[in-house]
Design a protein around this ligand. Structure first.
Ligand code: GAR
Length: 219
């Protein structure tokens, strides 16, 4: 069967990208990464993709007059590579409304908190400042609302009393690296369904999710 073609957008280190690349390296994995796009030429993730022979593009946001022009250039590059699903992996640009509308229900993001708690920047620091005992990682569909689209999957991670933001971020990152490839697999297997009901927020249903419940708590 043909593999789902994913495009990954990054801005930096690219450890989630690497987790996705490694998952896609398995011959029986149902998705492949057709293109990695970075808005920053110095993003470490680019080298990881190149080492594995995955095509990369740098599209620098500073080269464009406004957000939508940049978004359309990114979108054109993804389409030229045959991308069917966009995965944001540490992509630190806010889209114009055009991009999530165009790719509606075909964009995922990973965020280092249990959304809807701690949206935006510095989510691990926000969790520590709030004094919560549990935080985690969320993969969600991207909508116009920042970190606000329907949740696809979450993994909970404990917050220890003496954690710094870096310690918590590192613990959450380990969960991210398991969660994102799993969600990509679910997508490629056609197990992710959007549930819409009038007057209610959209929700996601995953076929057969019970088998993956072990991921929900990552001590
Ligand atoms: C990850 O922790 C990801 O969840 C976070 O940035 C980090 C990127 O790391 N994303 C956000 O905060 C988005 N709001 P990586 O470049 O090593 O994958």
């Amino acid at each position: 069967m043909a593999k789902l073609k994913a495009g990954v957008l990054i801005s930096g280190r690219g450890s989630n990208l690497l987790a996705l690349l490694q998952a896609c390296d398995a011959p029986d994995f149902p998705a492949e990464i057709a293109l990695v796009v970075s808005n920053r030429a110095e993003a470490g993730g680019l080298a990881q993709a190149e080492r594995l022979g995955v095509p990369t593009r740098v599209i620098a946001h500073g080269d464009f007059a406004d957000r939508e022009d940049f978004d359309r250039a990114v979108s054109a590059a993804l389409e030229a590579a045959g991308v069917e699903l966009v995965c944001l992996a540490g992509f630190m640009r806010i889209f114009s409304p055009w991009f999530p509308a165009y790719w509606a229900n075909r964009i995922l993001n990973i965020h280092p908190s249990l959304l809807p708690a701690f949206r935006g920047l510095h989510a691990p620091q926000q969790a520590i400042d709030a004094g919560v005992r549990v935080s985690g990682a969320t993969v969600h569909l991207v909508t116009e609302t920042l970190d606000g689209g329907p949740v696809v999957a979450q993994a909970a991670v404990p917050v220890h009393q003496d954690d710094t933001a870096d310690m918590l971020a590192a613990r959450i990152l380990l969960a991210e690296h398991e969660l994102y490839p799993l969600v990509l697999r679910w997508f490629a297997e056609g197990r992710v369904h959007l549930l819409r009901a009038p007057g209610k927020p959209d929700r996601v249903r995953i076929d057969g999710v019970a088998a993956d419940a072990a991921l929900l708590w990552r001590p």
